[in-house]
Design a protein around this ligand. Structure first.
Ligand code: MG
Length: 261
């Protein structure tokens, strides 16, 4: 199953996505499936219809928790030590944009990087969960780009601005519930050229461990999102680029990059 959030010009609605690539149909749902059981309205809308636009599949109700340095080769390329425990940071929900929305480069940075990531969407109130029970708390998985102002990340001392600015958290194109995520190809392409080519099997801390560790610090609410770290190959994006992040079995998240100054 794939769960999308979309608009045809009015308030956002949710849908199950059915059909093959290029011929998808949105099977429209009543309400938000993260918070209520799936109910069909009977309406079906072709995804390719001109007035249909996919939105970020979730706007986190309270927070996005990022995990830094969770793939060994990426830790090495940044010249960092492998962490003994997950390294956590927060992104505000105002950083979220959807498929095809522009990543807007802020005037105060000259070095913005893409980071391809698997994103976990929480489905239940979660506190102090064991790794063994952690995956029961997941609503589903989507694709994220943990867009990072690398220069500000180095100079600010902490990462709130570098990883939290408006449009620094593209999410989408939809949420896939019930996925096995311990061996998925994950990649980033810029203007069609492969930049990151990894596999979630290479995470230092797996998804169950991350949820458990995070829930020892924060109460996770339905709709909260965890970004699980990026594989090696991060690099710059500039005005005019198109960046695509893909996770196997989920889909492609595509965003143009613009600088407005
Ligand atoms: Mg990251």
């Amino acid at each position: 199953m794939r769960i999308a959030r979309f608009t045809t010009g009015d308030d956002p609605r949710y849908a199950m996505v059915e059909g093959a690539p290029g011929a998808e149909e949105l099977v429209v749902l009543r309400g938000d499936p993260i918070y209520m059981p799936v109910q069909l309205t009977g309406e079906r809308v072709p995804l390719a219809r001109a007035d249909v636009r996919l939105l970020a599949p979730v706007i986190p109700r309270s927070k996005i928790i990022g995990v830094g340095r969770n793939y060994a080769e990426h830790v090495a390329e940044m010249g960092n030590e492998l962490p003994a425990e997950p390294l956590l940071f927060l992104k505000p929900n105002t950083s979220v944009i959807g498929p095809d929305d522009p990543i807007v480069l802020p005037a105060w940075t000259t070095e913005v990087h893409h980071e391809a990531e698997l994103a976990v969407v929480i489905g239940k109130v979660t506190k102090d969960v064991s790794p063994e029970r952690a995956l029961d708390q997941v609503f589903g998985y989507t694709v994220a780009n943990d867009v990072t102002a690398r220069d500000a990340q180095r100079t600010d001392g902490q990462w709130a601005r570098a990883k939290g600015f408006d449009s620094s958290c593209p999410l989408g194109p939809w949420i896939v519930p019930g996925l096995e995520v311990d061996g998925l190809e994950i990649s980033a392409r810029v203007n069609g050229e492969m930049r990151q080519d990894g596999n979630t099997a290479h995470m230092v801390f797996d998804v169950a461990h991350l949820i458990s560790y995070i829930s020892a610090a924060f109460t996770l609410l339905p709709g909260d999102v965890i970004l699980t770290g990026t594989p090696a190959g991060v690099g710059p994006i500039v005005h005019g680029d198109v960046v695509e992040v893909e996770v196997e079995e989920i889909g492609v998240l595509r965003n143009p990059v613009v600088r407005r100054d």
